[in-house]
Ligand binder design. Structure first.
Ligand code: NAD
Length: 259
């Protein structure tokens, strides 16, 4: 098992990419703290993991609250005795346009995509140092590697995530703490439906959401969206010791979209 004797945290783990990661990591032997604001879905994810013999605990809260984003690290220590991996995966599509943008919306997108991730990392670093190392995995996006005409605020936040990944990898490498990021393209989750049809985007107002999802999938070499488990597979590799010489990487999971 690729994560035997490891324990850690995945945020936004009740749905989509985070949930696929939690299930996969647990199957590989990890004890997983399933963090989400949706109690029902988080408990459902934990039940799924336990039903296949894995170990998981749900912790419920809103990651835009700094105290909660910090506290999850200590919850993991309490439940499992430490933190070997931290995957702050929560995100928010943000506004589609900047003209007329209420900056409170900008703050919300930056808060969840970037600030909350950093808040957890701040708490995890001393714990990982004390344990002789650890692995932090961020969720950026292809929009954190190339500009997005339809998600400018989101793109700015995800570029920030990539900046943290690269900078922190250089700062903490000698202490055995690795920092990497997955950068998925359109992935078949509930959030993709929000991405393709946002209330402030007049261009998509009259379009069918599933047709918009299909259109979004034409932007890569395979002509389809990613499955959450395909992102989870890459995440598993980056978090595991198999990636022991890999840090500072922002890995596109994008079927060539950014090639
Ligand atoms: N789906 C895509 O096409 C895509 C592409 C690139 C990157 N991403 C990124 O992947 C990550 C996961 O997205 P997904 O598509 O799996 O989403 P999803 O919609 O499937 O799940 C999001 C989860 O986050 C939880 N959540 C939302 N706000 C929260 C908050 N304030 N506090 C705690 N939990 C909260 C929700 O309850 C939900 O369970 C995000 O960072 C997103 O930006 C997604």
């Amino acid at each position: 098992m690729r994560l035997a004797n490891k324990c850690g945290i995945i945020t936004a783990a009740a749905s989509g990419i985070g949930r696929a990661g939690a299930v996969r990591f647990a199957r590989e032997g990890a004890k997983v703290l399933v963090v989400d604001r949706d109690k029902h879905m988080a408990q459902d994810a934990v039940s799924e993991i336990r039903a296949s013999g894995g170990t998981a605990v749900a912790v419920i809260g809103d990651l835009t609250q700094e105290s909660f984003a910090r506290q999850i690290v200590h919850s993991c220590c309490k439940e499992f005795g430490g933190v070997d991996f931290l995957w702050p995966n929560a995100g928010h599509p943000g506004a589609a346009v900047v003209e007329g943008l209420d900056l409170a919306e900008f703050d919300l997108a930056i808060n969840l995509n970037l600030r909350s991730a950093l808040a957890s990392v701040v708490e995890a670093i001393p714990i990982m140092r004390q344990r002789g190392g650890g692995s932090v995995l961020f969720t950026a996006s292809t929009s954190g590697l190339i500009g997005s005409p339809v998600s400018p605020v989101y793109s700015a936040a995800k570029f920030g995530i990539v900046g943290l990944t690269k900078s922190l990898s250089k700062r903490y490498g000698k202490e055995g703490i690795r920092f990497n990021a997955v950068c998925p393209t359109a992935t078949d989750t509930p959030m993709l439906r929000v991405f393709v049809k946002r209330p402030d985007d007049a261009a998509t107002k009259d379009e069918d959401v599933e047709e918009l999802v299909k259109k979004r999938a034409t932007g890569n070499a395979f002509g389809r969206t990613a499955r959450p488990d395909e992102v989870a597979s890459a995440a598993l590799f980056l978090v595991s010791d198999e990636a022991s010489f890999i840090t500072g990487v922002a890995l596109p999971i994008d079927a060539g979209a950014t090639a």
